[in-house]
Design a binder for this molecule. Structure first.
Ligand code: HEC
Ligand SMILES: [Cu+2]
Length: 349
């Protein structure tokens, strides 16, 4: 006889609901596996190592959980109060060298194993030799955005890091030299590597060798001030052709379109150029992001908003509307000045 599931006992119904939940969770997990800050979807050698270590650690602590939880459940059920029992106290036992030794020595051994495996992995990643083919990028953390400099390629950009794809047969790792312009920040793209801090006057180094093309997201993982939450990171892992095209585009001088001369005039006569660089203009400021190839980026203000002319206008009019506490001031520009500026900025490919 076929029974409808609604007629099943409460127990099998909860099992059914549990299975439903697990399959939904599994699907959600598969969805996040691509392009989200998940440490469970590694795509680079350092993150892979961390992932495997985390499984090892989870296995050990999971085993401890099962043993402790199991003993607890056993004691609760086996020694529960029963009606027919008398109220006299059970035998009182004091001290046991065996038990005390066991619960001291075993945890110490477990901690030693966890410590040694972790330390071994940290040193293996840190001491990895740098191949000739490696790309060098200097990362400078600013309140609340990222500066990326490619010293050998003569490129300066912001917030969106482009790196070449790497593979085991043709390794092209990217070595990041981490600096800070102000306070502590932390570079964290979970699918590519662990966190490394950017500390003023204390350069740090890390490396990634992304094994699949695509966009990887991350964020500053060290509270660095009021808009720390909107200090997002995007890493574009490009195929060799894409990367070569991107490099070529970034190496070009800033666009000089005579149709938008009015906007350029605003940029050069307002305070913009004290803080921003646009090659081919007098603007050489470095307090804010380099805008020479602004339109080659998908987002503005460290991922706070998509890079559209509408958002650029909102941003320049009053940065706080998109990112409260950002260090760019609202400049009280007229509507005409704003229109001209946005028309100009939109040509900066
Ligand atoms: C006091 C320095 C300062 C001045 C003046 C200034 N900016 Fe900025 N600007 C910044 C900083 C800092 C950021 C980064 C803000 C963030 O992401 O938190 C920024 C970000 C930007 C961005 C987004 C860039 C990106 O890739 O995310 C644009 C566009 C921009 N400014 C345009 C302008 C224009 C146009 C002017 C003049 C009207 C101007 N700025 C004046 C400091 C300044
Ligand atoms: Cu930060």
């Amino acid at each position: 006889m076929i029974r409808d599931w609604t007629h099943k006992t409460g127990c099998s119904r909860s099992l059914f609901i549990l299975l439903l939940f697990l399959s939904a969770a599994g699907r959600a997990f598969a969805d996040v596996a691509q392009n989200t800050p998940s440490i469970f979807a590694p795509s680079s050698t350092p993150s892979n190592e961390i992932f495997h270590l985390s499984l090892f650690v989870l296995g050990i602590v999971g085993g401890i959980f099962v043993v402790v939880g199991g003993l607890l459940a056993y004691a609760v059920i086996r020694f529960r109060a029963r009606n027919q029992e008398d109220d006299t106290e059970p035998a009182q036992i004091y001290g046991s060298n065996q038990i005390e030794l066991a619960w001291t020595v075993v945890p110490v051994l477990i901690v030693v194993v966890l410590f040694l495996t972790t330390a071994r992995m940290i040193f293996a990643i840190q001491d990895a030799p740098k191949p000739q083919s490696a790309l060098d990028v200097t990362v400078v953390g600013h309140q609340f955005w990222w500066e990326f400099r490619y010293p050998k390629l003569g490129i300066v950009t912001a917030n969106e890091l482009h790196v070449p794809l790497s593979s085991t047969s043709d390794p092209k790792p990217t070595f990041l030299h981490l600096l800070s312009a102000d306070v502590d920040h932390s570079f964290w793209v979970p699918q590519l590597a662990g966190k490394t801090d950017l500390i003023p006057n204390h350069p740090n180094d890390m490396w990634i060798d992304p094994l699949h093309p695509g966009v990887y997201v991350g964020q500053c993982a060290q509270f660095c001030g009021i808009e720390h939450a909107k200090m997002l990171l995007r890493v574009y892992v490009d195929t060799p052709e894409q990367f070569a095209a991107w490099v070529k585009e970034q190496q070009q001088l800033g666009m000089q379109d005579p149709h938008v001369a009015a906007g350029r005039h605003v940029f050069e006569t307002e305070a913009c150029m004290n803080c921003h660089t646009i090659s081919g203009t007098d603007g050489r400021g470095t307090f804010g992001p380099d805008l020479t190839h602004l339109m080659s980026r998908d987002t503005i203000a460290a991922g706070a908003a998509p890079n559209t002319p509408q958002n650029l206008r909102v941003w320049v009019k009053n940065p706080d509307d998109l990112k409260q506490g950002s260090l760019m001031p609202a400049m009280q520009l007229s509507d005409q000045q704003l229109d001209d500026l946005v028309a100009y900025l939109s040509t900066l490919h």
